[in-house]
Design a protein around this ligand. Structure first.
Ligand code: COA
Ligand code: MG
Length: 293
């Protein structure tokens, strides 16, 4: 399956924003039942989201856009009802906020298993994307996701807002606009652990949605660092993220040159290309870029 690069949050109680979702060009919509929805609107959001998912079930492949749902955290007691409401609409996957580690994710996976059976969804089809950094304790144990294989795990992503609040942090970025230490730590952990587990690393959102230059820098940094995609909160962020993650002409040309150089010298382990050393990791990366297994 194509990896979604742009992941747009859409509040699950907003029929207006849901209606706009398919036009945004986002590779994935994450219909949110959690922080974007007021406590008093949780039940209404479940109903609206459930109906919207059902109505758009068959159009997913046509639109090349997949539908995820962010349920409420396990300690809220809302998550089971959330899953029950949205699983009939066969979402591509479930985003788990404030995830406390693999055991908690496995518990959610067990519930999903039951609901897949009940609604005639192929076993294992529904993926899981946890937000792994939202409490200090969770942030310290991100590496646990690399230990046990979890077939439903699609990727790992992280968020700065809830962790920042827990830390009482008055700032998340320094005077140069770079993440401060705690956030840089969880971002690097998310990246490393996702790659160790063989799943997607998805970078967090750029909260200031009018700051297009800052978003472009963040998205290019995410791609450059090895993230597969990035979260978004506003439709205007989607084209910026899609463009940043698309391979450039120069990158494609270079990847083709590397593959061609090794094809021409099948027994070589290392070669030179325009005066630069290239070896097996370069070949692997070039093939990945070109989508050659
Ligand atoms: N998904 C779909 N449509 C969205 C959208 C989103 N996330 N955010 C904004 N839109 C729509 C608006 O409804 C508006 O539509 P219109 O032109 O038909 O009126 C248009 O895009 C422009 O929006 P704008 O006026 O610039 O912003 P806003 O004040 O309506 O909304 C936010 C600002 C932040 C409230 C909104 O972007 C939002 O709800 N984002 C997602 C929040 C969320 O899910 N958070 C949880 C994860 S942290
Ligand atoms: Mg949150």
């Amino acid at each position: 399956m194509r990896i979604p690069r742009s992941w747009l949050f859409v509040p699950g109680d907003s029929e207006k924003k849901l209606a706009k979702g398919p036009e945004t060009g986002a590779h994935a919509l994450i219909v949110d039942l959690e922080d974007a929805v007021a406590p008093s609107a949780k039940a209404e959001a479940r109903r609206v989201t459930g109906e919207w998912l059902e109505a758009h079930k068959r159009q997913v492949t046509l639109r090349k856009q997949v539908h995820w749902v962010r349920i409420n955290a396990v300690d809220t007691g809302l998550w089971r009802d959330d899953l029950a409401a949205v699983m009939p609409g066969a979402p591509e996957g479930i985003m788990v906020p404030k995830a406390q580690g693999p055991d908690q994710v496995r518990m959610i996976a067990a519930e999903i298993y039951e609901l897949e059976q009940r609604h005639g969804i192929p076993n294992g089809q529904t993926r899981i994307l946890p937000l792994v950094s939202e409490t200090p304790r969770a942030a310290l144990t991100i590496a646990a996701y690399a230990e046990a294989p979890m077939p439903r795990l699609a990727g790992l992503t992280w968020g700065a807002e809830d962790l920042g609040a827990e830390l009482g942090a008055a700032r998340k970025r320094d005077e140069n606009g770079l993440w401060t230490d705690a956030f840089r730590y969880v971002r690097a952990q998310t990246l490393l652990v996702a790659h160790a587990a063989g799943v997607w690393a998805i970078d967090t959102l750029h909260a200031d949605f009018r700051d297009e230059d800052g978003l472009r820098r963040a998205a290019l940094a995410a791609k450059g660092d090895g993230f597969a995609g990035m979260l978004a909160i506003h439709p205007a962020q989607v084209p910026v993220i899609n463009a940043a993650f698309a391979p450039s002409e120069a990158e494609l040309a270079e990847a083709q040159a590397i593959v061609a150089a090794f094809a021409a010298a099948p027994d070589a382990g290392t070669l030179q290309l325009d005066g630069r050393m290239i070896d097996q990791p370069h070949l692997k990366q070039a093939k990945a870029l070109l989508g050659i297994a």
